[in-house]
Design a binder for this molecule. Structure first.
Ligand code: CMP
Length: 434
């Protein structure tokens, strides 16, 4: 079925919904304020009549009541037309004013707003980007509409005050409704007759319900607006409680909290490798390529490499964070991993920290000498600021490089060159000035 037909259906439904909301707002207010003599058809009445009649005919046609049970232009079969809906659609389509019918009958047209509620009910299965915001918006929409109806009901009960203009009359009624619904009740507008008192009590009871709903749900809804942040905050709270219980030194507590802050700011607190570990291999490769895309772009070594090599590397790389002053590798240790710098700066220093051989930054790699030449680490590497690194294990390096001898030769050449350079510096420094 053509796609444009579905989009026509959606646009039409939206138009009907807008018409229904306009009817639900305008008809009661006009009725109580006698804004237009309700016996006369206005342009709005005509427009609503045309839209609602067309909607009813369309539904009759689609559901087969008019003979053919086809659903032209839609990809889904039309649902059967329940008679309750038919009655509502019919009432909404009748231009009562044109027949000089009693004006209160026009309220029946406002029932069409039930179609809006039905549409929203159907939406509940649809996955939204931010369902909490949608729920919150819908709740306030219905709350505002209900407040409007209650205000109109109040005006109908009390009658309009001839000393005040229509807007002030309506605003006073709305003001009474909001203060009563919110259970504030200033008491400056008080019910005087029995019917008014009964009505006010009803609204108060409703207000208590609304208040309970708001307190119970909206707070939770707001908290869930950002589930990642909520989870992160819970984690940090748990860790803070543990650190206090075990009386961690204040400086250590500070560093741990700084680390979580950095993690939150840069990775939204997600452990990437854990998050993708359960995906099937093809998806995992794709996600790894996407997640590690920036580092693969940044490292000059990878730029001209084949797609196969990039895929293999992307799958094996593990993100790891170091804090300022941390040692990533120590001179003399055995090497288990090599590292690529995604963000941050490290210093390559001598075993005693006194000589800085080089400063490496975004896109550089280190730790390859020990892996490729099977020798102890030639130098220590220390993070200067927060460093986002990607590590490759010795097994992964062996696996990937045996299949890509060209890249292996390139890395090996860099390793030799660095090793020679460092050895020269060491000899010079050991020879020293004396
Ligand atoms: P590895 O010996 O495994 O551990 C220390 C790392 O520091 C080493 O690998 C190199 O990657 C790096 N490195 C050592 N010397 C230099 C240098 N002169 N310039 C740049 N990097 C170096």
């Amino acid at each position: 079925m053509p796609k444009h037909a579905d989009s026509f259906q959606r646009t039409w439904d939206l138009l009907v919904a807008v018409g229904a909301v306009v009817a639900a707002i305008s008809i009661p207010v006009r009725l109580v304020l006698n804004y237009q003599a309700m016996v006369r058809m206005t342009r709005l009445d005509w427009a609503l009549t045309i839209i609602f009649s067309a909607d009813m005919l369309l539904r009759l046609h689609r559901s087969g009541w008019l003979g053919s049970r086809s659903s032209p232009g839609t990809s889904k079969p039309a649902p059967p037309y329940a008679w309750q809906w038919f009655v509502i659609d019919l009432c909404a389509a009748i231009p009562f004013a044109a027949f000089s019918a009693p004006s209160f009958l026009q309220l029946l047209r406002a029932l069409k707003v039930a179609r809006v509620a039905e549409g929203m009910w159907r939406w509940r299965g649809v996955e939204f980007q931010n369902p909490t915001v949608i729920r919150l918006a819908l709740f306030f929409f219905w709350l505002a509409l209900s407040a409007h109806w209650i205000a109109c009901g109040w005006l109908a009960l009390r009658g309009i005050s001839p000393d005040l203009d229509r807007t002030t009359n309506y605003l006073r009624a709305l003001y009474w409704c909001v203060t009563t619904l919110a259970t504030v009740g200033y008491g400056d507008i008080v019910p005087s007759r029995n019917a008014e008192m009964l009505y006010a009590m009803l609204v108060m009871v409703l207000g208590v319900g609304v208040y309970g709903y708001v307190i119970g749900n909206v707070a939770a809804l707001l908290a869930n607006l950002d589930p990642a942040r909520v989870r992160h905050r819970e984690l940090v709270d748990r860790i803070t409680a543990f650190m206090r219980y075990r009386q961690f030194p204040a400086s250590l507590q500070g560093r741990i909290l700084d680390y979580y802050e950095y993690l939150w700011e840069n990775r939204l607190g997600y452990d990437e490798s854990a998050a993708i570990s359960e995906l099937p291999p093809t998806l995992r490769t794709e996600v790894s390529l996407f997640l590690n895309g920036d580092i693969l772009q940044k490292v000059p070594l990878f730029r001209g490499a084949s797609g196969d090599f990039i895929k293999a590397i992307a799958l094996e790389m593990r993100p790891i964070i170091f804090m300022p002053g941390d040692y990533v590798v120590r001179a003399g240790e055995l090497g288990e991993e090599m590292y690529f710098i995604s963000r941050g700066t490290v210093e390559v220093v001598s075993a005693d920290d006194k000589v800085v051989y080089a400063t490496l930054t975004t896109g550089d790699f280190f730790g390859e000498i020990a892996l490729l030449l099977r020798e102890p680490r030639t130098a220590s590497v220390r993070a200067i600021d927060y460093c986002d690194l990607y590590s490759l294990s010795i097994a992964a390096v062996d696996r990937v490089l045996t299949r890509h001898p060209g890249v292996a030769a390139h890395i090996r050449a860099i390793a030799r060159q660095r090793q020679e350079e460092t050895e020269k510096r060491q000899e010079r420094d050991e020879g020293g000035p004396f």
